[in-house]
Design a protein around this ligand. Structure first.
Ligand code: AMP
Length: 360
């Protein structure tokens, strides 16, 4: 058993599920979040109720913890640098810094052997028009920073849509080729100095820019799957990242394109709690607590569905389905599109899932 204390910056559902895994291994958890009722408060041993901009509070977290991690991606990098100099931020600032800006993220992916869809830096209307000329319609404008779940994204189908981008041009953005991909997958890896362990590829289906479901196995051609796993592991080594990393890809034919990465547990890995012998949270908890990272295998075919604020009525329906595992995040306010919980269905394939949903 381990008795280290892990400080987690961010107390949402990812922090809550990570805290569960850390505690299972004997570790202690301190969460930090501006919301006094954050999901992590239901699990953590201690809680600091403070803004992510409160350097004194972040320092307090550092003082009280043996190791610090983050589940919230937009911590100011200069604050994290200060913490890194004084405390044990075991993953380091680098992966977070690289992922905080879409331009930096894609250039970094390219530098370390992954291919993103074609992109163009946009800092003015001129850049935008030049980019559109090169990429053609449709293309996708995204703000470079602070985007999540499809926020800050505008699909440009014709000249008329340029107007919609103009209000965003006071901040930097990128223009991307709109790829008519066949499907999306993600991979989650956990790496320490000795080894890199990966979860299986998962197939992800988004609705309105938000992850709707994930299923495993991802049913990817074996050779392509091997290539994706090898390239992802090599990327993590080449970029010299430690800890956890999720990479999302678009698949078209036998090609895979880097979309984005996240150096924290990921929504597309929730299924692993029940479907793998060690979940993404367990693997990362081992890393944080300086324990050997175990190998993990898929032991059940599974589907994970996010439960959003507008679909809470699904909970009582899923409860009646055998081998359904419902996780609610204790969020008090149910807003549309807000992730309130998720359900994992074991031993169900995508076709079965569609049947279940039709009956509901
Ligand atoms: P992102 O926030 O970049 O992950 O985008 C959210 C979702 O929008 C992705 O998972 C895709 O389903 C879709 N999307 C993002 N970028 C593109 C693109 N360049 N081409 C086509 N679809 C995209």
């Amino acid at each position: 058993m381990n008795s280290k204390t892990v400080g987690i910056i961010g107390g949402g559902q990812l922090g809550m599920m990570l805290a569960d895994a850390i505690k299972k291994l004997g570790g202690r958890v301190i969460g930090l979040d501006p919301n006094k009722d954050a999901p992590i408060t239901y699990v953590a041993d201690e809680f600091i109720n403070a803004s992510f901009d409160d350097l004194a509070a972040l320092e307090e977290l550092g003082k009280r913890s043996d190791v610090i991690t983050y589940e919230f991606e937009n911590v100011k990098s200069e604050y994290l640098k200060t913490l890194e100099e004084k405390y044990n931020v075991k993953q380091g600032l680098k992966p977070l810094f690289d992922s905080q800006d879409r331009l930096r993220e894609k250039e970094n992916a390219l530098m370390h052997g992954l291919l993103p869809v074609r992109f163009f830096n946009v800092e003015s209307i001129d850049d935008l028009e030049k980019g559109i000329k090169i990429l053609g319609y449709p293309c996708l404008y995204k703000t470079r920073t602070l985007g999540y779940d499809g926020h800050g994204q505008i699909l440009i189908k014709s000249e008329l849509d340029i107007e919609k981008v103009k209000p965003y041009l006071n901040q930097a953005g990128i223009l991307e080729e709109y790829l008519k991909f066949d499907y999306e997958v993600s991979i989650i890896m956990v790496r320490d100095e000795d080894r890199t362990v990966n979860l299986p590829l998962s197939r992800n289906i988004h609705k309105d820019g938000i992850l709707d479901i994930t299923y495993v196995p991802a049913l990817v051609d074996k050779q392509l799957e091997k290539k994706i796993i090898e390239s992802s592991v090599n990327f993590m080594k080449s970029a010299n990242y430690l800890g956890i990393l999720c990479i999302e890809y678009f698949i078209k034919g036998d090609k895979f394109f880097f979309n984005e990465m996240a150096p924290r547990p990921h929504n597309s890995g929730h299924y692993s709690i029940e479907a793998c012998d060690y979940s993404q949270y367990d693997l990362f908890a081992h890393f944080l607590l300086d324990m050997k990272i175990p190998s993990t295998n898929l032991v059940h075919q599974a589907i994970m569905k996010n439960i959003l604020g507008e679909s809470l009525d699904l909970v009582s329906k899923f409860e009646k389905i055998p081998k359904s595992y419902i996780h609610m995040y204790h969020k008090t306010e149910a807003r549309p599109k807000r992730k309130m919980g998720h359900v994992t269905l074991l031993d169900v394939d995508y076709k079965d899932y569609l049947e279940i949903m039709k009956k509901m």
